[in-house]
Design a protein around this ligand. Structure first.
Ligand SMILES: [Zn+2]
Length: 78
């Protein structure tokens, strides 16, 4: 994972950027991230807690994970 993106996402999480209501279905999470705009992030984790699938409605191309995905990942793995 890109370290800079990871730091940005972690900061976003620590600053309360991840919405309070995270929907959890089995290993799939859906959450809202508020930065400059609101983004909906969907995340699927395997049993070890690694990301196996992700979706974000932002238009950034920060591969492999955008900062919104990282923020939600931090929130659900806390
Ligand atoms: Zn994003």
């Amino acid at each position: 994972m890109n370290k800079k993106i990871f730091e940005l996402g972690k900061d976003c999480y620590w600053n309360g950027g991840v919405g309070q209501y995270i929907i959890k279905e089995n290993n799939k999470y859906t959450a809202t991230v508020a930065m400059q705009e609101n983004y909906v992030v969907k995340l699927k984790l395997d049993k070890q807690g690694a990301i196996i699938w992700e979706e974000c409605d932002c238009s950034c191309f920060e591969a492999p994970h955008c900062k919104h995905v990282v923020a939600v990942f931090c929130a659900v793995t806390e």
